[in-house]
Design a protein around this ligand. Sequence first.
Ligand code: SF4
Ligand code: SF4
Length: 320
Amino acid sequence: MVDSVFPSYQLEQFLLDDLLLVVSKDRNLVPRTTADGLCRLLPLREGPFPTLALSTFLPPKKELIPPHEKVWSYQSERFSTAEEPKPFTVVGVPLCDLQAIWYLDQVFVDDLSYQVRRAQAFLVGMPCEAGLECRCDRRLMPIAGDLFIAEERVWALSPAGETLLKTCGCLDAEDMSLPWPEGMQEKRPEMTEELYHEAADAEFWKVEAKRCLSCGACSAVCPTCYCFDLLDKATLDGSVTRNRSWDNCFFAEHGKVAGGHDFRPGRANRLRFRMEHKFFSFGGLRGQNSCVGCGRCRKVCPVDIDLDQIAAKIVEGGGS
Ligand code: SF4
Ligand code: SF4
């Protein structure tokens, strides 16, 4: 079980606004629901900081892995990397998204572009109101972040957060658990890797894949999906630019390689691949469930495909 106990300080209400002003950076991003009904991270230009976290349509990963970015360029015998981002805060991050950022921190541990952006981020978590689609689990994995603020307490999640609180006069810490929403983890099926592989030829993969539109929406909104494509653009004067863009494991081209071979032909293969990634991860993180239960994929899927329902079928042994 992951222990989410951190030093926690009493926070007098009069100090909250001062504290949030102290954590302000060049860009302060807060979740806001706009006229189209979507919740986004937007720059705070005026008005108060939020006191509650909101699940944004696109997760905070967008600030750490932009949909399109220049990685480096080479021109006139000189290499240059992308411009260094300005320091920014995100205030009002839900606990599941803090877990997702911990996961991305592990995946991109050696990735310079990610690490440069990550070093500029100050993340302030807050409690959220769990929605119908939510299935977060405090036991799943550790969380990233710097502070967590809930009513009259503030938790230091990182050395930077702790230093800042001490600077603000918060001195007497008491180790306390974070206030996770209750009962969420009970909604999740306990699928093992063995059961997953045993169900490789089950009929329901074909049934679900037939409904799937391969739109990729579920992967785009997922806080732990990170597939990307690299494209080098060379010109006749000898300059080269390497760009990186989000890719998507539901797209037909995703498993294709030079020579025309396709590692994952057909939607059933791609659905199984995503399922495997979410529940068991790959590489050094193999065995780590990376689905933080935020519910975004369930909300956006136009045909109501639900990975937990598929996992439940696997657990029940429903091979047909
Ligand atoms: S798979 Fe779905 S519920 Fe799980 S983290 Fe990704 S978007 Fe959230
Ligand atoms: S959102 Fe639904 S329909 Fe679109 S790719 Fe994902 S599972 Fe398929």
